[in-house]
Design a protein around this ligand. Structure first.
Ligand SMILES: Nc1ncnc2c1ncn2[C@@H]1O[C@H](COP(=O)(O)OP(=O)(O)O)[C@@H](O)[C@H]1O
Ligand SMILES: [Mg+2]
Length: 241
């Protein structure tokens, strides 16, 4: 469904991605792991067209999408829930959601999508008139995800949705993402919380300083020494007998 081939990205002189190859099949749930600064956000922003790669190719179905504007990429069915949620705090929940539906040219379609989101997340309906900034972190994350779903995407990409949330809200957010995937939407998830992400995804990639270092089935990665040491903090377990 989505294929990144040999992607290089630079910020000025500074290179952030080095020949990145990554693919996501239709209906898959794929996780992208990596430490702070590894290039996860850069990867997602490149897929969404917010950053142009200096080399390489991105295909979505049979079409090249690298170099296309973000609006064209959203129209083709990739929607992005950004790092830090980025809800507009002084706009109502409803207006935040409506902005996510800007690809729909007909008012009727926009209203239908809004209703669909309210049916899925009654909590957002209850709070639709409130400024988004007055909501809890978990509710704001729900607004960000709901806004991304307003374009009725085929693929949802999520950048660290659990960041800064209380443990109970992290669980709820992960449940919500799992439900979205079960509803038939392909998911590419960036997470710091490796254990959680590997538990709910099919496959995963690990990147380090802009380079792919590991890929495989999530269940296998969860058990691998590499991931346990680097991301699950089990590398220095003291053996006692
Ligand atoms: N706007 C930017 N300008 C310059 N360098 C950036 C910018 N955004 C990110 N970087 C650099 O690119 C690298 C990858 O960053 P990022 O993709 O945000 O990593 P991650 O999301 O994995 O934490 C880091 O070294 C970071 O400092
Ligand atoms: Mg990031």
């Amino acid at each position: 469904m989505l294929q990144l081939e040999d992607i290089d990205v630079k910020y000025g002189q500074r290179q952030a991605l080095f020949g990145l190859n990554l693919h996501v099949g239709e209906g898959e749930f794929v996780t992208l792991l990596g430490a702070n600064g590894a290039g996860k956000t850069t990867t997602l922003r490149t897929i969404s067209g917010l950053i142009k790669p200096v080399r390489g190719r991105i295909r979505f179905y049979e079409e090249d999408i690298h170099g296309r504007p973000p609006s064209a990429i959203v129209s083709r069915g990739i929607s992005h829930s950004p790092e830090g949620r980025k809800v507009w705090p002084f706009m109502s929940v409803e207006d935040n959601l409506l902005l996510g539906g800007y690809v729909h040219r007909h008012k009727r379609k926009l209203k239908d999508e809004l209703q669909r989101i309210y049916d899925l997340y009654p909590r957002l309906h209850e709070r639709r008139q409130q400024h988004a900034g007055t909501l809890s972190g978990g509710e704001q994350q729900m607004v960000a995800i709901g806004r991304a779903l307003m374009s009725n995407p085929r693929m949802l990409i999520l950048d660290e949705p659990s960041l800064g949330l209380a443990p109970i809200m992290i669980d709820r957010t992960m449940d919500l993402i799992r439900d979205i995937h079960r509803s038939g939407i392909t998911v590419l998830l960036v997470e710091q919380n490796a254990a959680l992400a590997l538990e709910i995804s099919d496959r995963a990639y690990v990147i380090e300083t802009g380079k792919l270092v590991l890929e495989g089935a999530s269940a296998a990665l969860l058990k691998s020494d590499y991931v346990q040491q680097a991301y699950l903090g089990m590398g220095v377990a003291v053996q006692q007998d």
